[in-house]
Design a protein around this ligand. Structure first.
Ligand SMILES: O=C(O)CCC(=O)C(=O)O
Length: 294
């Protein structure tokens, strides 16, 4: 495995706002991770945890699921992220984007940083690791090269039931689909994208699940500007700025201490993530009380 990005891959990221495909593990290693995720789904059916496992998969999964913290620390992933963001790295969030076979779920055109309360920073990126084939048929991501050079543009919330985003948010101006690049990835490959990248993904029309693991990295320089406090897990180097409450990786799935911390994080982050929303933001609904989400 390459230890870090080549100079041309770094230049691609700087020019386009993304780089792909980056090999970070073998297809068989990706298959093992996928089956460990699917084992978790079997072990924790709905009703066995305070919220459905899909909720934990979509918000701060590394706080309660050791496997997600392990994926976020994959050396080849960190080496590549370090090539862009430098030696000090924290994980702000980790998520699984799962689209079931032949379903309509999509992700509308958006910029990640819109509701994260971190301003328009260049010090945040997402590593999206494919654990099944990501193709136009299975609903791979699409990126508009150079769109990270925009500021955060206006978004409108749709709350559409087929939209996987927390508020179904979408960019309020037309995005020219013809200019987008399909981010085709084999299992074990990843893409990196900038937090202001215009991106989206279509439905999964394939017969397999489309599974992507999105890890949100920040440097210690990034600050939470909307919520009173925010949390991140140091994964490389040191955090000399202390802008984040540092959290440790969990030692067991859904342990009591980690679950209490998870509720606090979700509640604190909901201040930024749900700011200005006209209706409940499903992934953050009832975060303050820790009740079930709809
Ligand atoms: O998995 C997808 O289709 C979209 C993921 C996404 O928007 C992101 O990781 O920022």
């Amino acid at each position: 495995m390459p230890a870090s990005l080549s100079s041309s891959q770094i230049a691609s990221y700087r020019n386009d706002g993304f780089v792909f495909p980056v090999d970070v593990m073998s297809p068989s290693e990706a298959r093992v991770l996928r089956s460990r995720i699917e084992d978790l789904e079997q072990t924790y059916p709905d009703g066995s945890l305070p919220q459905p496992i899909s909720q934990y998969f979509r918000v701060g999964a590394h706080v309660v699921i050791p496997l997600m913290a392990e994926i976020a620390r994959t050396p080849a992933v960190l080496d590549a992220v370090e090539s862009i963001l430098g030696p000090d790295l924290l994980v702000w969030s980790s998520e699984l984007f799962i689209k079931e076979p032949n379903t309509r779920k999509i992700v509308s055109w958006h910029q990640d940083l819109t509701y994260w309360g971190m301003g328009e920073t260049d010090d945040q990126l997402t590593a999206w690791i494919a654990l099944s084939p990501a193709t136009p048929q299975s609903g791979c991501m699409k990126f508009v090269a150079g769109s990270h050079n925009n500021r955060i543009v206006e978004h409108r919330d749709t709350f559409h039931e087929d939209n996987l985003l927390s508020r179904g948010q979408e960019i309020a101006v037309d995005v020219d689909e013809a200019t987008a690049t399909n981010i085709v990835l084999e299992p074990g490959q990843m893409s990196l994208h900038h937090g202001r990248m215009f991106h989206a993904s279509g439905p999964n029309g394939s017969d397999d699940r489309r599974i992507g693991c999105a890890i949100r990295y920040v440097t210690p320089r990034v600050k939470q500007l909307v919520a009173e406090r925010d949390y991140a897990m140091l994964v490389r180097g040191c955090d000399s700025e202390r802008n984040w409450i540092n959290v440790a990786a969990p030692s067991e799935p859904f342990g009591d201490g980690a679950m209490a911390l998870y509720s606090r994080i979700r509640s604190d982050q909901s201040v930024a993530l749900a700011q200005g929303a006209r209706q409940q933001v499903g992934l953050y609904a009832d975060a303050a009380t820790g009740d079930s989400v709809s």
